[in-house]
Design a protein around this ligand. Structure first.
Ligand SMILES: C=CC1=C(C)c2cc3[nH]c(cc4nc(cc5[nH]c(cc1n2)c(C)c5CCC(=O)O)C(CCC(=O)O)=C4C)c(C)c3C=C
Ligand SMILES: [Fe+2]
Ligand SMILES: [Fe+2]
Length: 355
C-alpha cells in the first residue's frame, strides 16, 4: 500500500492585505530569533516598530496590489513540486503544504492540516537555501512549538547542483536578453543580517558565499566579474556588508553594466519587486551605471523544482531526522555552529533545532 507523504514548505510569509501589514511586522519583530530582547521589552519594541514602520511599508505593499505575492508564488512552487514528487513516487499520496512564519498560512495551520492528513512521512523543506537562525532556525522552533510531529528535516542546500544551475541559467539568460552588454558585473544580492547574529555563530553569510562561489563558477567567462552584497537593512544595528547600495555605487564608478541577481530569495516579493526593481534601479541610474538588469527570482524554474524534489527524495531515504547539506557540500565551520548541519544524523533536540 502507498505511503502518505507530506512536504512542509517553510517561508517567511507576508501580509495578505493592507490591514495585515502591522500585525505581520509585529509578529516578525516579536520573534526572539530576530530581536534578542526578553519579554516584555521585545513585545513593546515589536509594537513600536510595527507602528512606526507600518505606514511606510504599507504603501510599498499597496504598489503590489495591497499585499505580498509570497503566498501565491509559493503555491506555484508547491504545485510544481507535488507534480514532480507524484511522478517520482507512483502509488504514494503526496501533500505539499505551506508553513509561513509571520503571516497566514502559519506553521500552526500546516500542523493542523497534517493532523487531518495523517502522513506516514513528513519532510520539512525550508525555502531558504542558506541556513539562518532568523529564518530556518526560527521556523523549526515554530514547528515544534505548534506541536508538529517527527519529521525528516532538510537543513540547508547552499550548493545543491540543480539550485546552482537554475541561478546560473537565469543570470546568463537575463544578460543575453539585455543584449549581452559589455563589461557586466554580476551583483549577488542577499537579504542582510545584523552583524551580532553572525558573531553569535549564524552560518547564513558563510553559506551565501558558498552559493555565490558555486554559481559564479558556472557562469561563462564574460560574466565572471561579480560581487556579493547585502540588502534590506532594518533598524539601528550594524548589518553585514558590503551593502547592495555600496556595490551599486562601486559598479557604477567602474562603468559596469549591473546584472543584479537575488541570491537568498527564491520567489518574488517586496524585497525584489520594490527594493530591487524600484529603489536600487533608481540608485543605479543616479550613480550613472551604464545599465541595470534584474535577474528574476527562481520561482518555479524547472531546475529549482528538480532541486526541491531531489532534496525531498533524499530526505525520505534512510534514517529520519536532520539531513546534511547535499552533494558532499562542506559542513559549516565550527564558528558557525548554530547551523544544525553539524548535528546531521543525530536525533535533534529542541535546543539544537532552535539554535
Ligand atoms: C534569506 C532570507 C531572509 C533573512 C535572512 C531575513 C532576515 C531578517 N529580516 C528582517 C526584517 C524584515 N524582513 C522583511 C521581509 C522579508 N524578509 C525575507 C527574508 C529574510 N529575512 C523575505 C522573503 C521578506 C518578504 C516578505 C514579503 O512581504 O513577502 C520585512 C518586511 C518588509 C519591510 O518592512 O521592509 C522586515 C521588517 C530582519 C530584522 C532580519 C534579521 C534579523
Ligand atoms: Fe527579512
Ligand atoms: Fe551548516
Amino acid at each position: 500500500m502507498g505511503r502518505r507523504i507530506a512536504v512542509v514548505l517553510f517561508n517567511l510569509g507576508g501580509p495578505d492585505g493592507q490591514d495585515s501589514v502591522k500585525p505581520f511586522l509585529r509578529n516578525l519583530f516579536n520573534d526572539p530569533a530576530i530581536i534578542y530582547a526578553p519579554p516584555p521589552l521585545r513585545q513593546m519594541l515589536a509594537w513600536l516598530i510595527s507602528n512606526t514602520r507600518g505606514p511606510k511599508v504599507a504603501k510599498e505593499y499597496a504598489k503590489m496590489g495591497g499585499g505580498s505575492p509570497i503566498v501565491p508564488e509559493t503555491l506555484k512552487q508547491a504545485e510544481a513540486l507535488k507534480a514532480r514528487l507524484e511522478q517520482a513516487l507512483p502509488g504514494d499520496e503526496v501533500k505539499v503544504v505551506l508553513a509561513m512564519r509571520y503571516w497566514k498560512p502559519f506553521v500552526a495551520d500546516a500542523v493542523k492540516a497534517l493532523r487531518a492528513f495523517q502522513p506516514d512521512e513528513t519532510v520539512l523543506l525550508p525555502l531558504y537555501p542558506q541556513f539562518s537562525t532568523t529564518t530556518t532556525g526560527s521556523s523549526l522552533k515554530a514547528w515544534r512549538d505548534a506541536g508538529g510531529g517527527p519529521a525528516r528535516i532538510v537543513c540547508c542546500y547552499p550548493q545543491e547542483a540543480d539550485f546552482i544551475a537554475a541561478h546560473a541559467k537565469l543570470i546568463e539568460e537575463s544578460w543575453i536578453k539585455a543584449g549581452s552588454p559589455e563589461n557586466p558585473r554580476v551583483l549577488f544580492s542577499a537579504h542582510g543580517l545584523p552583524e551580532v547574529v553572525v558573531e553569535r555563530g549564524d552560518s547564513y553569510q558563510w553559506q551565501v558565499e558558498q552559493t555565490v562561489a558555486a554559481v559564479a563558477a558556472r557562469l561563462p567567462q564574460a560574466l565572471r566579474d561579480h560581487m556579493v552584497c547585502y540588502q534590506s537593512r532594518v533598524g539601528p544595528l550594524k548589518w553585514i556588508g558590503p551593502s547592495t547600495e555600496e556595490a551599486i555605487e562601486r559598479a557604477s564608478e567602474d562603468k559596469r553594466h549591473i546584472i543584479l541577481s537575488p541570491i537568498a530569495f527564491v520567489s518574488e516579493h517586496i524585497e525584489t519587486l520594490i527594493e530591487l526593481d524600484e529603489e536600487y534601479a533608481e540608485l543605479a541610474h543616479e550613480y550613472g551605471a551604464p545599465g541595470y538588469t534584474r535577474v528574476p527570482a527562481l520561482g518555479d524554474h524547472p531546475d529549482f523544482m528538480a532541486a526541491l524534489a531531489g532534496l525531498t527524495m533524499s530526505a525520505l531515504d534512510g534514517e529520519p531526522g536532520l539531513k546534511p547539506p547535499p552533494g558532499g557540500a562542506a559542513l559549516c565551520p565550527a564558528q558557525f555552529g548554530r547551523c544544525p548541519c553539524r548535528q546531521a544524523g543525530a536525533v535533534l533536540t529542541g535546543e539544537q533545532e532552535a539554535a
